[in-house]
Design a protein around this ligand. Structure first.
Ligand code: ZN
Length: 179
């Protein structure tokens, strides 16, 4: 940290950055403790908590690594209740399994463990797609992809596009919707 201050010419910015991180470190520890307590309560001991540096989503359930993850940079902008809700959202994914998505099974588990099962209208607030502005969906409302900028090229090709494995239901039927 000290080395950084000497090497960088914008002393103030670095110093403020360090101070902010120092001030937040007990809060981060607090969230870590909360995460561990929730994981201990709902999941088996194979699962563990991990911070990551994601910029476009708050939380993640990694089924391969068996980790429940939160974005360290985005956590600073959330209050404790939001972090708790995100953790429970991801734990519900771990319990529901990788194929459940945000479907009925996941929703039932989310409700059972005290997470808020978000509605379609709140997609942009979904911890896995925070800040997303457009979605690729079919006429039935199934969502296939999230975009953070207007997907101009995809829009041009929409009439000739389909979803692999669902060609019959989606060929020429896909739409891009602003959320
Ligand atoms: Zn989710």
């Amino acid at each position: 940290m000290i080395l950084l201050i000497q090497m960088n010419s914008s002393h103030h910015i670095i110093l403020i950055w360090i101070l902010q991180n120092l001030m937040n470190s007990t809060e981060y520890q607090h969230i870590e403790n909360l995460a561990q307590a929730l994981i201990d309560r709902w999941l088996n001991s194979d699962w563990e908590f991990r911070w990551d540096r994601a910029k476009t989503r708050l939380g993640l359930c990694d089924f391969q690594r068996k980790t429940i993850q939160l974005s360290r940079p985005l956590a600073a902008q959330q209050n404790e209740q939001q972090m708790r809700d995100t953790l429970l959202h991801e734990i519900a994914h771990a319990l529901a399994g990788p194929r459940a998505g945000h479907g009925k099974k996941w929703q039932a588990i989310a409700r059972q463990i005290g997470a808020t099962p978000q509605r379609c209208a709140e997609i942009s607030a979904d911890p896995e797609h925070i800040g997303a502005r457009y979605v690729l969906k079919d006429q039935q409302g199934n969502i296939y992809k999230y975009y953070y900028r207007k997907p101009t090229r995809t829009i041009q090709r929409l009439q000739q596009s389909w979803i692999r494995g669902r060609k019959k239901q989606t060929f020429g039927q896909l739409i891009i919707e602003k959320i």
